[in-house]
Design a protein around this ligand. Sequence first.
Ligand SMILES: [Zn+2]
Length: 508
Amino acid sequence: MQRRMMFRNFFNWYHRKCDLSGKQIVSMYDVDAPFPVYEMREWWSDKWDGKKYGRDVDFSRPVFEQLKDLSFSVPRMSISNINCENTDYCNMSWESRNCYLVFGNVGNEDCYYGHVVWQSKNCYDCLYVYASQFCYQCVDCVNCHGLAFCLGCDNCSDSGFSVNCMGCRECFGCVGLKNKTNYIFNRHYPKEEYKRMIKEFNRGNINHIAMAQKKVDELVGKEIVKYYHGFNCENVTGDYLYNCKNIFNSYDLKNCENCSYSATLDRFSNCQDCNFSSPPNEWSYNSLTTTGHHLLMCHTVNGSDAIYCDNCFGCKDCFGCVGLKNQQYCVLNKQYSKDEYKKLTARIIEYMKKTKEWGEFFSPDMSPFAYNETIAQEYYPFTKDEVEKRGLRWKDKDENKNYKGPKYHIPDDIKDVTDDICKQILTCEKTGKPYKIIPQELKFYRQQNLPVPRLCPEQRLKERMAMRNPRKLWGRSCMNCGTAISTTYSPDRPEKVYCEKCYLETIY
Ligand SMILES: [Zn+2]
């Protein structure tokens, strides 16, 4: 998983020129990328043809070496958004509209500042949020509506500061509740009293928010939790699994069946070692961002029966191809007949078995990114030293902390914020990095009565990532019945971790 993730840069963007039009663009590839980078629309145009880069297979050299040569010569799209509208500042987007700085943006509308937000509308500052609307600053929330500052909730609505709640409505600061209404800090109030108390809380003011958060933090850890986050699963190990069946050691799967060692997938079946993919997919292996079926060792591919392909779309029966659109029977971007293709690919596979390359994902030196530009650094952080010791690349980032202008003071309460804030350069309270807010964002904060964030988007994301359980399983026993469970709750955590049966019998 770590190796595959070394090929995914969601957030680190650069100013550079489009190598086709010469236009100034933003791109996930820095100016020193080894291949030409085309602005996304130019890349999708007919102005160039990937087959011009076609070449013969050389059976005297390792195949990965040849794949690297090809992949470092074919043009790549500056950012990767497919079937999207007005999402020019998003990356890895699919069928989304009117989104801004959402990375891993699938089927969304009007979402801002998110990572892995899928099938959602009007969600801001969310991480791993699925099929939800009007959520703000939520992590691991599924099928939710109108939540703010919530963590690990599903099927909840009109609530704030909830942790690990299910099926709750109009709750505030509650932890580990199921099917409850009008609870505040895990205590029930009659509806009218609940309304009166909630009215006293001004969520548009940072001081009120800090107070609420402090009180919730006192409750967290005392609750009974199920050994995994999610619902409606059968025979699963891993965490954050929803509507899944027969899953082994996998994370963040929705509607998947018979998958193992995989993460961040929706509607995959019979797949192993796959990551970050929108649906559907079946019978795929060791791949990153693939849609279709029978995709082996592929990266950003939609199609079928492709092997070792990279950035190919609408392709079928292709081997070792890069940057092709709607092609069939190609090897290293060169066209063959059906018969030739079958014979040649069989020979390559035999050869790759001998060179011990067959089945391995692309080698790390083929990644166009330095380790710390990629998502691998978020999930498997290394120091510069550790990266270099492994022979991987590290990139010293220009953190752009050089803003020396006047420090803008953000009012504590959203009602005191004027339109002028959108013209100001704000300074992150934690990292000192400059950041901006945009008019659409300000409108949302006003509508939802939320304060303007004090932290830059990167720091906000980093803190949300830290709220999640790690992708690591510990062998433990249910703290009620003693049944063996494997769970992402480490043994030193305070929560009472129960097996599913005990959890369902206790929490209802
Ligand atoms: Zn139990």
